[in-house]
Design a protein around this ligand. Structure first.
Ligand code: COA
Length: 155
């Protein structure tokens, strides 16, 4: 882990991020979505986990007044179970706190995604709503999870 840094996204990261998306999700974001987030969405912040020039994970948030929403979080399959997603999530919490004193974060996760749910439960999130048949590709439910005290978990 010592050789891995967490840094802000650059335009050149969009393609490797999209490549990881394709390995992770049934409805992956294309590179253009990430480029647009960086260039046009003033509320968006994306962080990259990189080993040298290689992108191995990333996460993003949309910041609002007093609250942020996690849009994406993914780690390349070969890099999992080494604490990288937790590191990215902590860094996103710290970024939102440093910029706008945001202490609250929400996200949606598929009901079947036990790995991600375990991560979020271990970082202070709780399930507070179920969005029935939220995902259009397979009709799966989404769990809406929130953490209302990110300052406690970001260090
Ligand atoms: C979910 C994901 C981001 C986790 O990344 P990761 O770097 O492997 O996670 P970490 O190593 O930081 O694990 C943190 C905690 O998450 C939980 N966790 C992670 N992977 C798990 C798995 N396969 N099974 C059960 N729990 C898991 C554990 O509680 C773990 O803590 P521990 O290792 O101390 O037990 C990764 O599996 C991934 O990219 N999945 C595909 C994309 C995805 O589902 N993104 C989330 C969308 S909401």
């Amino acid at each position: 882990m010592a050789d891995i840094i967490i840094r802000p996204m650059r335009i050149s990261d969009a393609r490797p991020m999209a490549a990881i998306e394709r390995q992770c999700f049934s409805t992956p974001w294309p590179a253009q979505f990430f480029r647009e987030e960086l260039e046009s969405n003033v509320c968006a912040r994306y962080l990259i986990a990189a080993r040298g020039r290689e992108v191995i994970g990333y996460g993003g948030i949309w910041m609002m007044v007093g609250h942020c929403h996690l849009t994406n979080l993914a780690v390349a399959p070969a890099e999992r179970r080494r604490g990288l997603a937790r590191r990215i999530l902590r860094a996103l919490m710290a970024l939102a706190f440093d910029e706008l004193e945001i202490r609250s974060m929400s996200l949606e996760v598929r009901r079947s995604n036990a790995a991600a749910q375990n991560l979020y439960l271990s970082m202070g999130f709780t399930v507070n709503h179920v969005m029935v048949r939220y995902y259009e590709d397979n009709g799966e439910d989404a769990l809406l999870m929130t953490c209302d005290d990110t300052a406690r978990w970001m260090k």
